[in-house]
Every structure is written in C-alpha cells, then in structure tokens.
Design a protein around this ligand. Sequence first.
Ligand SMILES: [Cu+2]
Length: 305
Amino acid sequence: MKMKKSGLLLSGLAAALLTMVAPTAQAAWALNMTQGISAISRNIYSLHMMVFWVCVVLAVLVFGVMIYSLVRFRKSQGAVPDTSLVHNTKAEIIWTAIPIAILVVMAVPATRTLIETDDATKTELTIRVTGYQWKWGYEYVGSGVTVLSTLDRDSNFARQLGSGIDPNSVPNYLLNVDHALVVPADTKVRLLISAQDVIHSWWVPALAIKKDAIPGFVNEAWFKIDAANTGLFRGQCAELCGRDHGFMPIVIDVRSKADFEAWLRTQKALQQPADAAAPAAAPATAAPASAANAAATVRAAPARS
Ligand SMILES: [Cu+2]
C-alpha cells in the first residue's frame, strides 16, 4: 500500500513537471534573452552573456573549493582548523583586489554600451509614443501622421469571460494589435515616450528597449534596426497600469526605407482630409500633393458658386 502511495505521488509529480515544461501554443520556451535586431540589442545581449559566464566561472570555483573543503577536511577525518588565514593581510588584499578587477572588467564594456544607448543625437525620424489605459498612441513628428494601436479583435473576443473561444486557436493571442507601429529599417529613430493617464512601460525585447511612459515626463530612446531585419516584432506594456494591463501589446512592423516612405505618404494623404490640409500654415517645402490639390479645390470653389 505504501509503495502504491509513493508511486502515485511520483507519477503525480512527474505529470506536474511535464505540464510545466510542455511547450504551449502561446510561447516557445526560451530561457535566454533575444539577440534582437539592432547593433545595440546585440551589444546588450553580449554584455548579458559575458556577465553570465563570469558568474558561472565564479560559482564553479567558489562552490567547488567550498564543497571540496567540507568533504576533504571534515572533523571525522581528524582535520585540525588552520588559523593562518585569520587576519592575514596578504589574503585580505587578494580577495579584495580580485573582485574589484572582475568588476572593472565588466564595467568597461557596460559603460560603453550605456553611453551609446543614451546618445539620441543625429536621429532621422522622431516618433512620439503615448501610453493610454489601455492602448498605445504613435505620432510621427513633423508629418502629422498618428496611429492608435489597440489589442486585435480576435484576441479581444477570445479573452472575454465565457467567450467559448479557445485562446490556443487565436494566432499571437494577446500579442497582436489592430494597427502596428510601422518603422523604417536602417534609420536612426528617436522615440519620445510619455503617457496620458497612468504609468505604462514601452517594452520591445527585439529592440532591447524598455522605457517607462510617465504622465508629465518625456523619456527618450532610440533604435537603428539592421537593414535586413524587416518584419513584425512584438512587445508588451511592462508596467502594471490597471485592469487591462495585459491587453495592450506592442507590434512593430519594420519595413525597408522605401516601403516606409511610401506608407507614410499614403497615411499622410489619408489622415489629412482635403479641407484640413488647405491652410497655408503647412510648410511650403513639405507640402504634400494632397495639400496642393486641396488648395486648388478651395481656390476653385468661389468660381463655381
Ligand atoms: Cu500599460
């Protein structure tokens, strides 16, 4: 009977473990950071790996010596405590100097990368990112194009209590939006991140960017995606921002420079209705074709009446 009980317990434990490690349709099991799609994200990944291996080597050395000493010099073997290391100046200098040297070795590349991530100069495009409960707003500064990005309809239907929809059947469940943030590759893009109501956080692992969006403050970040890395990349709000915090994902749609320009032109034409684009306030140098047409329409109007 006892055997049976422990067998049951073991199989229960095994089943629980299997459930924990079984791959789900929602996310592939990946334990490491992503290398990302920009030079900065790869630098950050390399830093992470370097520090990780330093930690592994230190752990193996320290725990190795500790375990060896515990076993080799145990009391039952007649070991006598060695007091020569107590208040030993030479030993104290060594075990202070070595950790400092290790910290300096790690700090040099870390500082270099930190300075680089902070350098938002010479950017070619600025996008204002605004967090709302519970969506993201994007404004392409200077062009007047705005995008409001909310959870896609499929995820939104499936997430409702008693919807009867199996979330596993929804592609990119809770990680898809209606309108993605379209950005150009091979372009240094500056983000000005803020929020309208409560604190949110704009997090896209592929860009190695996680910046708080705080009402009344403007946080800055930048990225320059490799020319070859076009496609869709996903992120999430990373600050507990209220009831629907888990339902305001981020999708960036990386396009080639030419494709992005074409997209921006189309959006500009769509978002600036003929009569709104007419006023002469629009800068003459950047006057889009639609504005010129609109002006012509306005001029022609009195003649028709
Ligand atoms: Cu949020």
